[in-house]
Design a protein around this ligand. Structure first.
Ligand code: SF4
Ligand code: SF4
Length: 132
């Protein structure tokens, strides 16, 4: 056990040191390059092969055909393991990992999202409608 005098000097030293932790959520950590956060679906790249559905270990994804060669996706993100197996399996790079990790919510149903088709000129889709 340390002597009180030595402890006091360490306490005084630590008063002037920078804290080792970040003041989250006021200061946010930048995620490392290969961080696996929320999965994004790029609708216009999808060919509807459903390999992602087959390979997802948590049954998160549902691919829906809405027109000839046009597909939308439903994601139950409350069940996602963020393993990125779907990204690995997709032959068309339709799915991508994002650095988004702030998904905590009091309303679990808000994590169920549908990626709708957008006009052809736009390249990325964002979740627009919640599935209740
Ligand atoms: S694996 Fe890729 S291309 Fe195939 S249905 Fe899933 S998202 Fe679409
Ligand atoms: S990251 Fe893993 S659990 Fe989540 S949708 Fe993709 S395959 Fe399924």
């Amino acid at each position: 056990m340390k002597k009180p005098g030595k402890m006091l000097s360490e306490v005084l030293k630590s008063l002037f040191k920078k804290p080792a932790t970040l003041r989250y959520p006021y200061i946010k950590e930048k995620m490392p390059k290969n961080f696996r956060g929320l999965i994004n679906f790029i609708q216009e790249k999808c060919i509807g092969c459903k390999i992602c559905m087959r390979d997802c270990p948590a049954n998160v994804i549902n691919i829906i055909k809405i027109a000839d060669k046009k597909f939308e996706a439903e994601f139950k993100n409350d069940q996602c393991l963020f393993c990125a197996q779907c990204v690995e399996s997709c032959p068309r790079d339709t799915l991508e990992v994002t650095p988004e990790y702030e998904l905590a919510t009091l309303d679990r149903s808000s994590l169920k999202v549908r990626y709708h088709a957008k006009p052809d000129a736009e390249t990325k889709t964002e979740p627009q409608v919640e599935i209740k």
